[in-house]
Write a protein that binds this ligand. Structure first.
Ligand code: ZN
Length: 452
């Protein structure tokens, strides 16, 4: 049993909360209780967020792309450097990096991850003997860390809008729709050995990297699981899609697919007001990655209009340049404040911004990863995070201010415990396998850097 001095339940804050977890699911919640002998006792229990968008291997590049070169740096020059990495990285390194990244996510308070996985083949582009080799590596990394994995193999067929052939740096990503469907089966096989909460979805990379016919084919072959797509990250991408398909990316997707609650649109950054309203009302989740979107110079999300139209959203760490749950949420709000020269933007009407951001991202993230989670209630997965409300950053706050304190005034170090579907991976602020996973990561990084 877990005992929390206070907990944010689906019905609101409660004190003296005892939770029973059976096979990863919350089976009983009692309030106004005392801790019993043998209970895991924590201070403040919250629903843990899903990190809905990650390319784990990109963590290896963090800090290597912040040097100003002659000429103008952009998303596209960053991408060229990323391709250099993907030309070299080995299967063992992919696994070691992913395990460390998942560990960092759990220590930051995330219970689960949507791994948007597009590195499929050997250096040069030949498939591995096992087409799903690198999916298996991601599954192994999830297994060792205990994180709740929603694995999202990526269909990546073209080098640019209009069915431009893949470039050399993209060779390890490429699949036809048929080969992709075979790869999804391999990924399902790899993930089947993990706990029941782990699953597989699909991720058509972006409208620029696929064709409308291939999109139709992979959607028709899909049996279940979420559908993720990069949608409108860069103005150039919007212009290219408009020139090719005659509509802006969000506009095109909403008109040409049954975009609904199964879908997550990553980086819906560049939208008109009409697109914003239609997307919010479609039921899809906006997959926002505020730290990466700031790092890459993508631009701010149209947040207030989206929230006012009732749109669902969640957050992801995307390039993993920095893995911090609190930083993602506050960067989302701060990007709005800087653009609008105003404060307290991401709330419809009145209310706590921290609570809206945190609880909104908990619900939207769970939806995007197809997890029965997002709040603490009987029948939901035990995706839980405990924080220390007696820490200096939070100790002066009322119960109804704790999420504002967490989002705007605290660091992830206030996290004491994390459970991923009941797997108690972070205890007293440290992942239980921190030493071995960190050692494997460090050694993989030395080898990778030496090979560049
Ligand atoms: Zn991405």
């Amino acid at each position: 049993m877990i005992f929390a001095k206070q907990a944010l339940l689906s019905s609101g804050w409660a004190s003296g909360v005892r939770l029973d977890v059976t096979q990863g699911t919350i089976t009983k919640i009692e309030t106004q209780q005392q801790a019993h002998a043998g209970d895991v006792t924590v201070d403040t229990l919250l629903p843990a967020l899903a990190n809905l968008h990650s390319h784990s291997f990109q963590r290896a590049m963090a800090g290597m792309t912040e040097y100003r070169m002659a000429g103008k740096d952009s998303f596209w020059t960053w991408r060229d450097l990323m391709y250099k990495f993907t030309s070299t990285i080995s299967a063992e390194q992919v696994e070691a990096i992913a395990a460390f990244v998942f560990l960092e996510m759990q220590e930051a308070g995330y219970a689960s991850v949507g791994e948007f996985h597009y590195l499929h083949h050997q250096p040069g582009g030949m498939p591995y003997d096992d087409l799903g080799e690198l999916s298996s590596r991601i599954a192994s990394a999830a297994d060792v860390t205990g994180i709740g994995l929603t694995h999202l193999p990526v269909l990546y067929t073209y080098g640019g809008a209009g069915q431009v052939p893949l470039k050399a740096g993209q060779a390890r990503f490429g699949n036809s729709a048929d080969q992709f469907n075979a790869l999804v089966d391999k990924a399902k096989n790899a993930v089947s050995s993990l706990a029941d909460d782990c699953r597989v979805g699909i991720a058509p990379h972006s409208l620029r990297a696929i064709s409308p016919d291939d999109l139709k084919a992979v959607l028709a072959a899909r049996s279940n699981g979420p559908i993720h797509i990069h949608i409108a990250e860069q103005p150039k991408e919007v212009a290219d899609i408009q020139a090719w398909l005659g509509a802006r990316p969000v506009e095109w997707l909403l008109a040409n697919t049954d975009a609904n609650e199964d879908w997550c649109l990553i980086h819906a950054t560049h939208m008109t007001e009409v697109e914003t309203k239609n997307m919010a009302q479609s039921g899809v989740v906006a997959g926002l990655c505020p730290v990466t979107e700031a790092n890459l110079g993508d631009g701010p999300f149209n947040g207030q209009a989206y929230v006012n139209h009732g749109g669902a959203f969640g957050v992801g760490s995307d390039s993993n340049v920095l893995i911090s749950l609190t930083e993602e949420l506050r960067t989302l709000e701060y990007s709005q404040r800087l653009r609008d020269v105003a404060r307290n933007i991401m709330v419809k009407g009145e209310g706590s911004v921290g609570a809206k951001l945190y609880c909104g991202a908990a619900k939207g993230g769970a939806q995007a990863l197809s997890r029965q989670a997002g709040d603490i209630s009987v029948g939901n997965l035990a995706d839980l995070v405990a924080i220390d409300s007696t820490a200096p950053a939070l100790c002066a706050l009322r119960q109804d201010q704790i999420l504002d304190g967490l989002v705007f005034a605290a660091k992830d170090t206030v996290v004491t415990d994390v459970w991923s579907a009941g797997r108690h991976a972070v205890q007293t602020g440290r992942h239980v396998k921190r030493d071995e996973i960190t050692a494997a990561y460090t050694s993989a990084m030395h080898a990778l850097v030496a090979s560049l």
